[in-house]
Design a protein around this ligand. Structure first.
Ligand code: GDP
Ligand code: MG
Length: 646
């Protein structure tokens, strides 16, 4: 496979993964994450644009959060010129507009400079022009939303508890706290009070389940690894889930109080999974902690805030209120109770909302300490009551203008869901991916590979990588040893992936989930059968080539108009046969006046599937009302030809 991983290129040109990904996005290069492969040409272009040490290039040094003017001055060009360039890139910026590091790199690259951004351990003030301006508002920094992931017993729950205890506004912790699925802590950071939101649903299952429902709420993942145990299967799973979601990872090496703990061994192990600790020259922060002894908590929180600053997390508190359900349940005496995390806008008591299939008026709002609130701002988790039903985790909550509208929308959704159920909706089957390709989306085939032993995992992945992939790219987003589990299915569902098993089967929960989510799960006992079927799947993903197969002709003898205005052509089949749903060309003299489909075919009063030569029939051509006597209806079929991979 010719190309280079985003993470490798980033390292090479000394950019952070996040910066490179954002630069790639700005340039319109499809890259889904640090593990994405970009082709050599693009990589070269990026090197030239951002790379240090490009021959003959001078380096200008600017501070983080430098303005357009600062950069122009550093390069010795008129600020107005820089503005014009920005405009060409689609950014309308004032002279004193601050630039993100990636924007500055890109701009300087245009002028043939390398940029060195002096990062300060300090919040970076507003960057880039806000995308959404709202009256009296605009984007404002918001707290990061953090999920804790890791192998069972490595200390996730203990860490969540320890963090809660560090809350500075809660010095006398120990009062009544409620479990509401998420909580916020406030910490002192460089003399400033800063908030961090933690999703109190440890594990990637919950995290990925939400993503499968289209809700990405997590900004940063904390990967907990017990220093006395090392990287375990669920650790790898967590890494892959976070990667698939493009969420940056901070590693918390836990249990360092234990005598047999060996943090360096963990760091070395991490590099095998492409997570390179900072002190090994990489860019992943590894923080040593003891959740039990509450050691290293401040350090961990610092790194979270620092990462959050790099990500420039923002939301508009004045925009239309919208959030995501983190957790919901039915409670005796209170009815449906839902924990909401606001994405944007400010939700207030009394607001009318719709939320998945539920609707209602927010009757009351509580924070994680059980205190009543009147409003909730972005990234603030609150519990609300007043909904008509219990929504699902991952459902989106939106404010609407009045109760009637809320009810209408919810009822429409319920109706639609009933219909969908009947129509056996499918989600991540090959056909679906195939259809999406037709709608112009990327040609990636995401795979999850499970096998009986590590050796066969490697063999399968190795064989897959040898398939030609110039047109369709294979991404193995997760691989591992063991039975196909429900987690694999959830990840597949969130990432539109297909699950391949080699010498393993799905357990019952996985089978149920696959059934429910319509995930393609295929198991094999012979490697080449597996690779062959993937190859076939890839062929299915190529743009199909069609061949037209002639079927028959019918001459229009009469036309009728039904009371509803449908035009029926009374025809005689003169050649071959005419079938319902066939493609049809309406020929008038030498000209084709319409091409479409046969909508209905009748013999006398009966609907028929096909009519052979010599018979008379009534034909309705879909979406065409100008059939005339003497027209020849020529029917044909489009046959798809098999394509070879290139
Ligand atoms: P989870 O399954 O990842 O949520 O793990 P838990 O938080 O339930 O922790 C599993 C076990 O490890 C518990 O017995 C904890 O007391 C213990 N534990 C967690 N963190 C530490 C730590 O930093 N040091 C030590 N010695 N034990 C810990
Ligand atoms: Mg736990």
């Amino acid at each position: 496979m010719m190309g280079i991983r985003v993470s490798e290129l980033a390292k090479e040109i000394e950019m952070s993964n996040a910066e490179l990904l954002s630069a790639l996005e700005d340039l319109g290069v499809p890259a889904t994450g640090v593990a994405s492969i970009i082709d050599m040409d693009t990589a070269q272009a990026i090197r030239e644009m951002f790379g240090k040490g490009v021959e003959g290039r001078k380096t200008v040094e600017i501070a983080a959060g430098a303005t357009v003017k600062d950069l122009a001055t550093a390069m010795g060009v008129p600020p107005s010129d820089v503005q014009k360039r920005l405009m060409k890139m689609g950014v309308l910026a004032a002279i004193n507009q601050r630039l993100s590091a990636s924007a500055a790199q890109k701009l300087a690259g245009v002028y043939g400079f390398n940029v060195k951004v002096k990062l300060e351990h300090k919040p970076v003030a507003p960057v880039n022009a806000p995308k959404h301006k709202s009256p009296g508002g605009g984007m404002q920094p918001r707290p990061p939303v953090v999920t804790i992931m890791g192998h069972v017993d490595h200390g996730k729950t203990t860490l969540l508890d320890a963090i809660r205890h560090t809350n500075v506004v809660e010095g006398e912790f120990g009062g009544i706290t409620q479990h509401i699925g998420a909580y916020q802590v406030e910490v002192d950071h460089d003399g400033e009070k800063r908030k961090i939101t933690f999703l109190d649903t440890p594990g990637h299952a919950a995290f990925t389940a939400m993503r499968a429902r289209g809700a990405s709420v997590t900004d940063i993942a904390i990967l907990v690894v017990a220093a006395d145990d090392g990287i375990m299967p669920q650790t790898v799973e967590a890494i892959d889930h976070a990667r698939a979601a493009e969420v940056p990872i901070i590693v918390a090496i836990n249990k360092i109080d234990k005598p047999d703990s060996n943090p360096d061994r963990i760091k070395t192990q991490l590099t095998e999974y492409n997570i390179v600790p900072r002190d090994y020259g990489g860019e992943t922060e590894c923080v040593l902690i003891s959740a039990k002894k509450k050691q290293g908590m401040e350090d961990l929180l610092e790194h979270i805030l620092f990462q959050a600053d790099l990500m420039e997390l923002k939301a508009d508190p004045h925009a239309k209120p919208a959030g995501v359900i983190v957790e919901a349940k039915q409670e005796v005496g209170r009815g449906p109770v839902a924990t909401v995390l606001m994405n944007q806008g400010t939700l207030r008591v009394g607001d009318n909302v719709v939320c998945g299939l539920a609707y209602g008026k927010v009757r009351a709002m509580m924070n994680d300490r059980g205190e009543r609130l009147n409003k909730a701002t972005p990234a603030m988790p609150v519990e609300i009551i007043g909904l008509s039903l219990v929504p699902k985790a991952g459902d989106k909550l939106e404010e609407v203008k009045d109760e009637r509208t809320a009810r209408q929308i919810a009822e429409q959704r319920q109706q639609k869901q009933r219909l969908n159920r009947l129509a056996a909706s499918h989600r991540v089957t090959l056909e679906d991916i195939y259809r999406r390709i037709h709608e112009g989306e990327a040609k990636d085939l995401n795979l999850i590979v499970k096998a009986d032993v590590q050796g066969s995992v490697e063999a399968v992945v190795g064989q897959l990588q040898q398939l030609p992939q110039n047109e369709v790219k294979l991404n193995v987003i997760h691989s591992g040893v063991g039975t196909i589990s429900e987690n694999d299915i959830t990840l597949a569902s969130a990432s539109d992936a297909i699950v391949l098993g080699f010498n393993v089967r799905s357990d019952q929960p996985a089978q149920n989930a696959a059934e429910r989510e319509k995930i393609d799960v295929r198991t094999y006992q012979v490697i080449y059968e597996l690779t062959e079927s993937v190859e076939r799947a890839m062929k299915g993903m190529l743009e199909p080539i069609y061949e037209e197969i002639q079927m028959g002709k019918a001459e229009v003898r009469q036309t009728f108009r039904t009371p509803k205005g449908v035009i029926i052509a009374g025809c005689l089949v003169t050649e071959g046969k005419v079938t319902r749903n066939a493609e049809v060309r309406v020929n008038r003299g030498k000209e084709t006046v319409f091409t479409g489909k046969i909508e209905s075919l009748k013999h006398l009063k009966d609907d028929v599937r096909e009519m052979a030569q010599g018979f008379e029939c009534g034909i309705v051509v879909a979406d065409f009302t100008d059939v005339q006597v003497g027209d020849i209806l020529e029917t044909f079929e489009m046959k798809q030809l098999e394509r070879k991979l290139e």
